[in-house]
Structures are given as structure tokens and as C-alpha cells.
Design a protein around this ligand. Structure first.
Ligand code: AMP
Length: 419
């Protein structure tokens, strides 16, 4: 089954785990990144969540650590040494608690047949469980910057044995103001180490940071997967702003919508939408930056386990949310940056599953829809038959542009407008 993974020269315990995960083929970012990491080179990966980027770094990090452990075990045997406590050999730094726990789950899954140990630390919760795990010794540490620095300052974490350092979602880290923390953390690691740097976008400050820490990196990029976008069934509803809530409730009557991630432009909007849905007797919660870590994680867990049907999110809060078998993405508000549309709808239709993306477009959002049509090089079909349809003059079609338009734009999507 994992024939293609075998071609990547992966070791048996990892191949076995991938088979159990039912991963038949590596994704493009995995195919490109895994050999680079195994060769020991620094990596500059341009990829976003949904492309399989976590496995693209987790798999080779695990393999490299297994190999380096085997070597040091042989050395220890030769010198008749007692085996000592595990030391942190790999550090994965990621911006949010949600991403950190998802990365930990990936390491648990792909590393389950190795004897490596990993733990995750993040803020917003008591530290005692985390420090106990650290004291017991770990090989791989997955962390958010704030809590990591805090525990480093308290003497619970030492990074002087780190061989591999992964900086995940670097653009988002900078966006969240973590640059100083990152620099402080890097200063505590040995100079000689392999660095894997991931960012979905390439604004100037990211290029500067990458240049300052990477040594002759191999660049690996994957563009938003157009095949995924093509596979997702898309539709747009022209509707007045004031009717959007009623249209959403009308659509949610359809039980085929088993799980829906609804995107709202603003945090307050997300709260209002979730309330409206809940008051109609449909299980829903909102997730956004104003909510506590615990509230966000609870809402996400409830959505993942199916105990709520609808999760309403802002773009920033939703980045990194990885829900298998999400049936629908609903754009309650259209994003003002076309790439964001592609990122949003890529949440559904994962791993070969079918997905549906429905978008509401009011009068003021027409130009956003035009931008999206240009970017995806096609016109999203319009649902005309619905109780709240707007004037048909709004039904616009745009001449598709060549596929090249799909590439990342130079400007950061964060630079234009805050969500
Ligand atoms: P990521 O981009 O790391 O958030 O991964 C997105 C999703 O793809 C996760 O649910 C992974 O479990 C899944 N995934 C990663 N690699 C593969 C693969 N080679 N085959 C099938 N699913 C995968």
C-alpha cells in the first residue's frame, strides 16, 4: 500500500504507521520535503495547512531521530555507559495551541512504532502536567513560543541538545508578534542544527527571518491545490446582507449538511451567527481570537466529535483547524482576499473526500466574488432558486484567467486588512 512512501526510503516502523493511517501516497509537499530533510539540509517550505505539511516534517524528523538514537545507543554500548534521561533533540514551534495539539497527534500517530517520546506545551492551561512530562524526559517537544519561554526561564526546558528545529506557520507567528520570542528561543539552541522553516505566504519580513537563520536551504513550494478546489462542489447565493441569517437557517434544514464550518468576517459576527443558529435549535459554537484557549479547544473538540453540527469561525481562528470529513464550508461573508477563499474551501474535500462550499454574496461583496473568479479561473455556479434571491443583475460572470494567477501573490494577505 505505501509503495510510494517506500520509495522515500522510510524505515519500517514509520511505513507501518502510515499504512495504519491509510496514507496510500505522499502528498506533493511530502514527496518534495522528506528527501531534503533526510539528507540533512535546511528546508524552506512554502505550504499551508491542508497540504499534508505536518507529515512532511514529522515523518523525516522521526526517522532522523530514530537513526541518531541507534548510533548513540551503539556508542553507549561500546563505552559501557548507562542510558541517560531523554534529551530534547527536536523542537517544533507553532503559533497556536490548536496547531500544537494537532502536531502532537501527528507525531503520536506516525511515531507509534518507534520508541521516541514527544510532548506538547502551550499556554492558557496549568503547567504542572507539562512540567511533569518534561521532567520524565522527551525526545521531541512541540510548543507555542510564550509557554516555551516561560518554562525555559523556570529551568524546565533545556534546548542545548536540539538537532532539529521546525518553525511552523512562520508568517502567522510574525503576525501574532512572536518574533522576539522566536529569536530568544533560537539563541538557546546549538548553532549546529538542521532547520525546517514553513510559511504559507512570503512577505518581506519572512524572507528576512529565513535568510537570517537558514543555511543554504532547499526551497520547496506547493501552490494551493487546484485539484482539491476543482473537486469541491461550489455554489454562490446572491442575498441581501439582512437576509443572510435566514438563508443560513434555511440551508441548515438540509440534513445532508452533516458538519459545517461557517466563516464570518468579524469576531462579533461569528458570535451573532452562532447564537442565531443555536436559537433555532441547531447545535453551534463560535471560535475566534477573543475566546479563551479552553473555550476554543472545547468548541473545536465538540465539532470534531460531532457533538455540534456547526462551527462559526473567523479566518485567523480557523487557520490550522483540521477536521476530517467536514461536509460543508459556508462563506457567510466573502473574504476580501481571493486566496483566503481557496484556503477556506480547502477545509472540506480533504483526503479524497467530496466537499461542498457555499458562499453568500451581498451587494457590497460583488467585487470580492469577481476577484475569486479570476483567481480560481472559473465562475462559481449561482443558485437562483432560493427564497431570498437578489436581483438577477447581480449574477456576474468573469472571463477565466490563466492558471498562473493561482500562484501566491507577493503581498501578504495580512497586509491588506485585519479580519
Ligand atoms: P496538514 O496539511 O498537515 O494539516 O494535513 C492535512 C490532512 O491530510 C490531515 O488530516 C492529515 O492526516 C492528512 N494527510 C497528510 N498526509 C496524507 C497522505 N499522504 N495521505 C492521506 N492523508 C494525508
Amino acid at each position: 500500500m505505501s509503495e510510494n512512501f517506500e520509495k522515500l526510503k522510510l524505515i519500517a516502523p514509520i511505513l507501518k504507521a502510515l499504512k495504519e493511517e491509510q496514507y496510500a501516497h505522499p502528498t506533493p509537499i511530502q514527496e518534495k520535503a522528506i528527501p531534503v530533510v533526510l539528507s540533512g539540509k535546511d528546508l524552506f517550505g512554502c505550504a499551508q495547512t491542508g497540504t499534508g505539511k505536518t507529515a512532511a516534517f514529522a515523518i523525516p524528523v522521526l526517522q532522523k531521530l530514530v537513526e541518531s538514537k541507534n548510533i548513540s545507543a551503539r556508542k553507549q554500548k561500546n563505552h559501557n555507559q548507562q542510558s541517560s534521561r531523554r534529551k530534547i533533540k527536536a523542537l517544533i514551534l507553532t503559533p497556536t495551541r490548536e496547531l500544537a495539539s494537532q502536531i502532537k497527534d501527528s507525531f503520536d500517530a506516525y511515531g507509534r512504532h518507534t520508541d521516541l517520546k514527544q510532548t506538547v506545551i502551550y499556554g492558557g492551561v496549568k503547567q504542572s502536567r507539562q512540567t511533569a512530562a518534561l521532567n520524565a524526559g522527551v525526545d521531541i517537544l512541540i510548543a507555542t513560543p510564550g509557554r516555551l519561554l516561560d518554562l525555559m526561564n523556570q529551568g524546565f526546558v533545556r534546548l542545548n541538545q536540539v538537532e532539529l528545529f521546525v518553525l511552523d506557520e512562520a508568517d502567522r507567528m510574525l503576525d501574532m508578534g512572536f518574533i522576539i520570542d522566536i529569536k530568544k528561543i533560537i539563541a538557546k539552541m546549538p548553532l549546529k542544527k538542521q532547520i525546517l522553516f514553513f510559511s504559507a505566504t512570503l512577505p518581506k519580513d519572512i524572507a528576512k527571518l529565513a535568510n537570517s537563520i537558514l543555511k543554504d536551504p532547499i526551497k520547496v513550494a506547493v501552490t494551493p491545490p487546484s485539484s482539491t478546489v476543482d473537486r469541491i462542489k461550489q455554489a454562490v447565493y446572491f442575498v441581501a446582507k439582512a437576509d443572510k441569517n435566514t438563508l443560513l437557517l434555511h440551508l441548515l434544514k438540509n440534513q445532508k449538511i452533516s458538519s459545517a464550518l461557517v466563516f464570518s468576517k468579524t469576531k462579533h459576527g461569528a458570535n451573532r451567527i452562532a447564537k442565531k443558529i443555536a436559537s433555532a435549535g441547531i447545535t453551534a459554537e463560535a471560535i475566534h481570537g477573543n475566546k479563551s484557549q479552553n473555550a476554543r479547544q472545547n468548541a473545536l473538540d465538540n465539532f470534531k466529535t460531532g457533538s455540534i453540527r456547526v462551527l462559526v469561525a473567523t479566518d485567523i481562528a480557523a487557520r490550522g483547524i483540521d477536521v476530517d470529513e467536514l461536509s460543508h464550508v459556508i462563506n457567510f461573508d466573502l473574504p476580501n482576499i481571493a486566496e483566503t477563499y481557496v484556503h477556506r474551501i480547502g477545509r472540506t474535500g480533504r483526503a479524497g473526500l467530496e466537499g461542498v462550499a457555499l458562499s453568500f454574496c451581498d451587494h457590497d461583496e460583488k467585487s470580492y466574488l469577481q476577484d475569486i473568479h479570476k483567481l480560481i479561473a472559473k465562475t462559481i455556479p449561482v443558485v437562483k432558486e432560493h427564497p431570498f434571491s437578489l436581483d438577477p443583475s447581480m449574477h456576474l460572470a468573469v472571463k477565466p484567467q490563466p492558471r498562473a494567477a493561482f500562484r501566491y501573490r507577493k503581498k501578504s494577505r495580512f497586509s491588506s486588512k485585519k479580519h
